[in-house]
Unconditional design. Structure first.
Length: 232
């Protein structure tokens, strides 16, 4: 069988898949590929979890049964949305290994052969009457920048990860109440600017006068942290 495939030039060796463990592939993916992705910070914790639980399996030994057992065990600890992300990560890593690193999986990508937890419905929860005041009161009692961060999130709709990654680059303050935007660029740098004077790049969100005043206040305090939120 093998000799016949070699003669016809269609033989694919699985030696590399037998030698490489999933942990090694995840580590290489994290080093070489993830830095080019926007979500690399969030993915790091998934890499650690997967490596700890099934990272010792070779790529060739990573069967649908192994992944199904991993899925079922994780579902007893975390929600399906988390498990879904972890399995999709394994699938992406194995797909990349096949395409770019010549890791030939003997049975193809095993993630494609198991059931993945379904995508949950989007969250529609909104603050009820009085909840914002209680939330901000608790934030003020906690201290630090947390109150400004919460207000920025409420006023702009920015996600937690976006806010925590924002960095100050420049601060060009125009007249109060004029429209401003926060561009989240590839370098995650924060600039406050009148939109007509700046060409948008990446994900941009409009911010209200309240959000602008909070950003201005934080910047005027001369935060030494390069992160705009103070969380870096």
């Amino acid at each position: 069988m093998v000799e016949s495939e070699m003669d016809r030039g269609i033989f694919l060796s699985t030696a590399s898949a037998e030698a490489a463990t999933l942990e090694e592939l995840l580590g290489r993916y994290e080093t070489e590929v993830l830095p080019t992705k926007k979500s690399h910070v969030d993915v790091h914790s998934r890499v650690k979890t997967i490596s700890r639980m099934i990272g010792f399996y070779s790529a060739a030994a990573l069967t649908p049964r192994v992944l199904a057992a991993y899925r079922d065990k994780r579902l007893t600890k975390v929600k399906g949305h988390t498990v879904r992300k972890e399995l999709h990560l394994v699938g992406r890593v194995l797909k990349h290994a096949q395409r770019e690193w010549e890791i030939n999986l003997p049975r193809g990508n095993p993630v494609h052969s198991i059931s993945i937890p379904t995508q949950p419905k989007g969250r529609e929860r909104r603050l009820r009457t009085g909840e914002e005041e209680k939330l901000l009161e608790g934030a003020r009692a906690y201290g630090g920048e947390i109150e400004d961060i919460i207000l920025l999130a409420i006023e702009s709709g920015m996600r937690r990860g976006e806010i925590s990654e924002l960095r100050w680059k420049i601060s060009t303050f125009a007249k109060p109440l004029r429209p401003f935007g926060i561009p989240r660029t590839a370098t995650t740098e924060l600039s406050l600017f009148p939109p007509r004077r700046f060409e948008f790049s990446g994900r941009c969100v409009a911010i209200s006068a309240v959000a602008y005043s909070r950003c201005s206040r934080s910047r005027s305090r001369g935060l030494s942290n390069e992160y705009a939120s103070g969380l870096g």
